[in-house]
Design a protein around this ligand. Structure first.
Ligand code: ADP
Length: 408
């Protein structure tokens, strides 16, 4: 009896103990679960920290596993190669072009970092920035192994868009080449005349011929001086940021009238007329007056230069649009052929067959100076032309900063 009582008691104790043990185990498991959840939460937080960090980079960033499948990518990579999700897809399928894939493959095969600067033609360029003229894009592709504990390394891929730097470099090269070419022609001509005089001194006795040659030489040296002056002006505009502009408030009509006064001899020779027709005669601009003088001088002088026939009418007008001011220089002259229009703002571009006969003086830099100066003031310039009817250069200044209505 006693034995069965003890047995019963001990079984009860065992049951209580085992129940306690179970409760303890359950508590432990519960704790483990909580710890695991916390761990996962902090892991996720670390992951999202990593994501935010990678998304902060403008470069496309991808990680591929040893089999070549994309494990991870940042937003820039999705924007570049999307819209379909990239994770899980083969890196080679995403990179598509053999030139982009080359550093990745080299890194995968050699186990060493590899990088390349890749120029892609329009049809192969990924979506983002391209040269608007050629459609080309330039990329830095950089691949490096990422060691994994106990397994083959992953591969990190970085793609940096170098198209803008490439375009700038191209513009600089073109400018140097064009400038050298434009300067070489008159310098060679002047040199040629001087050499002729030195080699055949008896020519100096022919006074009328000497005077004629000196006149030609003077014309060429004037052209060299003009080119150098325009080049200096362009480089001054390009090297100065908006803060370098000497901002002041000035009356537009006064500024244009000064230009008309300076151009008076040419206006008279051409039997032309220049009118000021502003929507507000007291209109003031906030800007660098030196550059605005250059802008209107070049536009009005161009109209006068290009039109040899009498009766030309040039009008400087303005119009206020909501949030913007529109300034126009309009003429009724020969106009600009449609084929020339896309190029007139390019440096050294000179349109029309008149120029081949050297009838119209100029450097081909005038309109590029105008465009740079307008852009330095936050504006844009466009041109429409209908031969013999209307050629209009239209400058748009948006935002209150540029537009100061009269009386304020
Ligand atoms: P430039 O006057 O020295 O030739 P610009 O850059 O000022 O150079 O002008 C580029 C070209 O645009 C000119 O050569 C000319 O063909 C054309 N052009 C500019 N303004 C006018 C105009 N008002 N009428 C006709 N052609 C113009």
């Amino acid at each position: 009896m006693m034995a069965s009582l003890l047995l019963g008691l001990s079984s009860l104790c065992l049951l209580v103990w085992s129940l306690r043990q179970r409760a303890a185990i359950l508590r432990l498991r519960e704790l483990e679960k909580i710890r695991l959840a916390e761990g996962l939460r902090s892991l996720a937080a670390a992951g999202s920290d990593r994501d935010s960090l990678l998304n902060a980079f403008p470069d496309a960033f991808l990680i591929a596993d040893a089999q070549g499948s994309i494990l991870h990518c940042n937003e820039a990579a999705s924007a570049l190669f999307g819209p379909a999700p990239l994770a899980g897809r083969p890196a080679l399928e995403i990179l598509r072009d053999a030139r982009l894939a080359a550093p990745y493959l080299e890194c995968r095969n050699s186990g060493n970092p590899a990088s390349a600067r890749v120029l892609l033609p329009a049809e192969a360029a990924p979506a983002r920035t391209r040269d608007p003229a050629t459609g080309e894009s330039v990329w830095l592709v950089d691949a490096a192994p990422v060691p994994q504990s106990g397994g083959p390394p992953h591969i990190r891929l970085l793609l940096r868009d170098l198209s803008s730097e490439h375009q700038l470099e191209q513009i600089r090269k073109d400018f140097v080449a064009n400038a050298s070419h434009e300067l070489r022609t008159p310098i060679t001509l002047v040199g040629g005349y001087l050499e002729t005089f030195l080699e055949t001194p008896e020519l100096l006795d022919d006074r009328p011929a000497v005077l004629r040659f000196l006149g030609i030489m003077r014309k060429h040296t004037e052209r060299i001086a003009c080119i150098i002056e325009d080049m200096l002006l362009i480089s001054r505009i390009e090297s100065s940021d908006a803060s370098a502009l000497r901002m002041e408030t000035f009356t537009l009509a006064e500024c244009v009238q000064d230009i008309i006064d300076r151009l008076e001899p040419l206006i008279r020779t051409r039997q032309a007329a220049v009118h000021i027709a502003l929507h507000d005669p007291d209109l003031t601009l906030e800007g660098d007056r030196f550059y605005w003088t250059q802008i209107f001088f070049n536009l009005i002088e161009n109209a006068l230069k290009q039109n040899l026939k009498p009766g030309l009418q040039v009008t400087v007008r303005s119009e206020a649009a909501p949030g913007a001011l529109c300034l126009e220089v309009i003429d009724n002259g020969i106009g600009i052929p449609a084929a020339d229009l896309p190029f007139i703002f390019k440096r050294f571009y000179r349109g029309g067959k008149l120029h081949a006969q050297n009838e119209v003086p100029g450097t081909g830099l005038g309109l590029s100076i105008v465009k740079r100066a307008v852009e330095a003031h936050g504006g844009t310039i466009t041109c429409q032309s209908e031969s013999g009817i209307r050629t209009a250069f239209q400058i748009t200044l948006r935002g209150a900063a540029e537009v100061v209505p009269a009386g304020i």
